[in-house]
Design a protein around this ligand. Structure first.
Ligand SMILES: Cc1cc2nc3c(=O)[nH]c(=O)nc-3n(C[C@H](O)[C@H](O)[C@H](O)COP(=O)(O)OP(=O)(O)OC[C@H]3O[C@@H](n4cnc5c(N)ncnc54)[C@H](O)[C@@H]3O)c2cc1C
Length: 508
């Protein structure tokens, strides 16, 4: 097994030089580097060694309670004591109040070292933002300090057996009972629905307060001890250490957060954070897959080079091509997410934020399994074995294109809402120009503009939604790689970065 190494230099290069974090008020490069160094050491020493153990043991359900794999509880205690759960939480509530750009770096390192554990811990920032935006003073005071200190973790409970992508058919009912509410119904696939790492759990539950489709949904806060029970955890392809729970709410006590009937709006605050986080999970997987494959391919001797000398795998053109593709996926996807974070920090218009977030979700989540698949191919039979961890990366990363809104639904949103007047597509075009005015002159850009016009005139744009996503992503990657080539001198391996940029830009 190749030990995990946090990609700190790559993250800092991407944040500071590609995405322009230094143009954001309050960005402090030294502090960011310091925090990433600290978390990187913690992830390498404490969290990453549990990744394979978690995969082999899995989470277990015993007497209605979830037991995490060996070592997870202690690692979480350490994580919480060091304050990592409160990284972006305001100081007034006991957090460190650091900016989301640094948190993005920390989150990528966490996912790369142990995705299963990260996804149980990392719904907290979205929950805190939702509480800050929609919670009453009492709700904020009750929950945010607990979430920041790690005493509580949080979940996001939307899915039901008949309500996956289509939340309008959610059946879980909320009934007012004096000052409080009672929830009745079942939820499936709830990540971290129970675990034995934190003392408390805050479930954020989407439930029905009227029969009016999506407008009849409200968001509720429901504590672990309030009557929410886990009845089953799912067996699945990967992420064995992340308990995916079937939950029953039987007269469970809950509090309304935000306005009645505005549940989806409140839930989207959690989900928008989660979508970028999922994109970073993809980046993390692609990065690890690339690193493991490159290390292996530079050592394993097979065949001969053109000059007849003994060769390692990386000397063969086809392997070199695949190794480069892995790096291009990881670096390009990371830059896309970081640029989006920087735009969000600068307060870009909400339609552009939504457009970029969906693009990141699809592109990042597909980068992970694609890079892992290439990794398996590069390593041959050893890639297919469990020994080097590539197979686990492939299995663990596969979920990312499904949860937090499937990639099909994200692409559909780009081609429908995104193309409406005031949707994100026009702002995206301006955004591209700002990144690189050369992208606008390409044939790709002309094709995309034509598709955009055709889709606007079409009665059913969803049929070409995937093509529209691919065209948009290709343009953004073109602009990103032009920027990367321009700033390559700031990277610790300038020659490699320039070569990758030439491969991407020369290929058009
Ligand atoms: C490991 C894991 C963890 C999860 N964690 C959570 C969690 O913490 N909380 C939570 O609430 N849920 C969670 N989920 C559920 C996840 O969000 C759903 O699986 C996802 O929303 C898709 O729903 P579905 O599985 O019912 O698929 P479906 O909605 O049945 O979709 C199946 C396919 O049809 C396509 N499709 C469906 N409707 C449309 C449409 N209108 N237009 C175009 N294409 C469409 C989809 O894109 C997809 O390709 C988790 C799932 C898993 C497997």
């Amino acid at each position: 097994m190749t030990p995990f190494k946090a990609p700190i230099d790559d993250i800092l290069f991407s944040l500071a030089h590609v995405a322009g974090a230094d143009t954001v008020e309050g960005w402090d490069h030294e502090t960011a580097a310091d925090i990433l160094d600290h978390f990187g050491a913690f992830a390498e020493g404490v969290i990453a060694p549990l990744n394979a153990i978690g995969d082999a043991q899995g989470a277990r359900l015993e007497n209605g309670c979830v037991r995490m794999p060996d070592g997870f509880k202690d690692a979480y205690k350490h994580l919480a004591e060091d304050g990592w759960q409160g990284l972006t939480v305001p100081e007034a509530y006991g957090g460190m109040e650091l900016d989301p750009l640094v948190a993005a770096g920390v989150s990528e390192i966490f996912s790369g070292s142990n995705h299963a554990m990260q996804m149980v811990c990392n719904l907290v920032p979205g929950a805190v933002t939702t509480l800050l935006r929609f919670g009453t003073d009492a709700q904020k005071a009750r929950w945010i300090p607990k979430l920041a200190s790690g005493e509580a973790l949080s979940t996001m409970a939307l899915t039901e057996p008949q309500a996956g992508s289509d939340l309008s058919v959610i059946r879980t009912k909320a009934i007012r009972d004096g000052e409080i509410w009672r929830l009745d119904g079942e939820k499936i696939f709830i990540s971290g629905g129970d675990q034995d790492m934190s003392d408390d759990i805050l479930h954020m539950v989407l439930a029905r307060t009227s029969d009016d489709g999506l407008r009849g949904l409200s968001l509720f806060l429901c504590a672990k001890q309030s009557g929410a029970k886990v009845t089953r955890i799912e067996e699945k392809l990967g992420l064995h250490a992340s308990p995916t729970c079937h939950m029953v709410f039987d007269n469970a006590e809950a509090e309304l957060i935000g306005e009645e009937g505005q549940g989806l709006k409140a839930m989207f605050t959690v989900m928008n954070h989660a979508r970028l986080d999922v994109a970073l999970q993809g980046v993390a997987h692609a990065t690890q897959a690339a690193r493991i494959a490159r290390a292996y391919a530079s050592e394993r001797k097979q065949g001969r080079a053109a000059d007849g000398a003994p060769a390692v795998l990386a000397d063969h053109a086809d392997v070199a091509r695949m190794l480069d593709e892995q790096d291009i996926l990881a670096i390009g996807a990371r830059a896309m997410v970081h640029l989006t974070f920087v735009e969000l920090e600068k307060g870009c218009d909400p339609a552009l934020a939504e457009f970029l977030t969906s693009m990141c979700k699809v592109f990042g989540s597909e980068a992970g399994p694609r890079a892992a698949d290439l990794g398996i191919q590069i390593m041959g039979g050893y890639g297919y074995l469990t020994e080097y961890g590539m197979a686990q990366i492939w299995r663990d990363s596969r979920i990312c294109s499904i949860y937090e809104g499937t990639n099909g639904i994200q692409a559909k949103g780009l081609a429908t809402r995104g193309l409406k007047p005031g949707g994100g597509a026009d702002a995206f075009e301006d955004f591209l120009m700002r990144l690189s005015d050369q992208t606008a002159g390409t044939r790709q850009f002309e094709t995309w503009s034509t598709l955009k016009q055709d889709l606007r005139a079409s009665a059913d744009p969803s049929a070409s939604a995937r093509a529209f996503f691919e065209g948009s992503a290709a343009l953004l990657q073109d602009a990103i790689w032009r920027r990367i080539r321009d700033v390559a001198d700031h990277h610790t391996d300038t020659g490699h970065i320039k070569r990758l940029a030439d491969r991407v830009l020369g290929a058009q």
